[in-house]
Design a protein around this ligand. Structure first.
Ligand SMILES: [Zn+2]
Length: 334
């Protein structure tokens, strides 16, 4: 049986998946191996190779059955997988600077290797989860985590862009001034600009901007008694339970997402809008509330576009590896 492997190289761990020619995943959850990326490319690529054999075993296939490998990593990197020479928080060892990780891994594994950045891989998985492997649909996926990632899929293919920055949705500016209930707020983004989607919709935005804004409006709130970063991580759980302050924060995030989706609808006229990431790893009720708030915040749409569906992306932890495998399936000949 010929199969495809997906390899999601993160900051500390590599996560693997194995996929058959029909697009079925032979590993259900996480299949992790230490990345050791701080020790440089030679050690890390050795780890990738070693873990691949373990993953094949876990999937019940022989290593020789793996005919192509899809790799994804955090950026910044070129569209073809050359890591930025300007540095990256996940690849700090100096030998990673300008390193062609796709080509080196292909040489090491002696199999075709494809490359996506992690946001785009997650978006491809989101797309696949709705439309399947051979789709010619268009979708926009946002992944709300520490930052905001995602990607744009057009006619079933990832938009990688000229320099690998296609689908950097977190840094699309949104007209945040139109969000109700945050008059006077100044959402500064990690990138230094004001009003990027990520500066409103991310865990970082909660700790940096939204909690400091709302806490004075809820005197005596329990989150005001603790360190802000720690408090930020509790907001989602408390919002799900109905806490008013935390619901306000998530309402603002949903409104920001609605404004962003309106921009995407007018740019791409997509078949689907998809939201993933830790923010919506909650019960169904909260997810549906968030989607309803998102839709309510969208300015009026053309009649032809009011029914563009919004989905929650499944299986967040495995999204990168699965998206990477789907990309490799395209070149595998399977
Ligand atoms: Zn930004």
């Amino acid at each position: 049986m010929k199969v495809i492997a997906g390899v999601d190289l993160g900051g500390t761990a590599i996560n693997y998946t194995i996929m058959d020619a029909q697009g079925r995943f032979l590993i259900e959850g996480l299949c992790e191996h230490p990345a050791l990326s701080t020790q440089g490319p030679d050690v890390c690529l050795g780890q990738i190779e070693q873990g691949l054999a373990i993953a094949a075993g876990k999937a019940g296939v022989a290593l020789n059955d793996v005919v192509a490998v899809g790799l994804d990593t955090p950026g910044p990197a070129s569209a073809t997988g050359v890591l930025s020479a300007r540095g990256s928080t996940n690849f700090v060892h100096r030998d990673w600077s300008g390193y062609d990780i796709r080509q080196k891994l292909e040489a090491r594994l002696a199999r075709p290797v494809t490359y996506l950045n992690d946001g785009n891989a997650g978006a491809l998985w989101g797309h696949f989860s709705i439309f399947g492997a051979d789709s010619r649909h268009t979708s926009i996926t946002t992944v709300i985590g520490t930052g905001l990632g995602g990607g744009v899929i057009i006619d079933g293919n990832v938009v990688k862009g000229r320099a690998g920055f296609g689908g950097e949705l977190g840094h699309v500016l949104i007209p945040y001034q139109g969000i109700a209930g945050i008059e006077g707020i100044k959402p500064v983004c990690n990138c230094g600009r004001i009003g990027c989607l990520e500066s409103v919709c991310s865990l970082t935005a909660i700790g940096r901007t939204l909690l400091p804004y709302f806490l004075p409006r809820y005197p005596g709130h329990e989150l005001g008694q603790m360190e802000i970063g720690k408090a930020a991580k509790l907001v989602r759980g408390m919002a799900e339970k109905g806490d008013a302050l935390c619901r306000d924060i998530f309402r603002v995030q949903a409104h920001g997402m609605g404004l962003f989706f309106d921009e995407m609808i007018n740019t791409f006229d997509p078949d689907a809008l998809i939201i993933g990431g830790g923010a919506l790893e909650t019960g169904l009720e909260f997810q549906q509330w968030f989607l309803a708030e998102t839709r309510a915040a969208m300015p009026g749409q053309r009649e032809e576009q009011v029914d563009i569906p919004i989905y929650v992306m499944p299986n967040g932890d495995t999204a990168g590896a699965r998206g990477a495998a789907i990309e490799a399936l395209k070149v595998s000949g399977l």
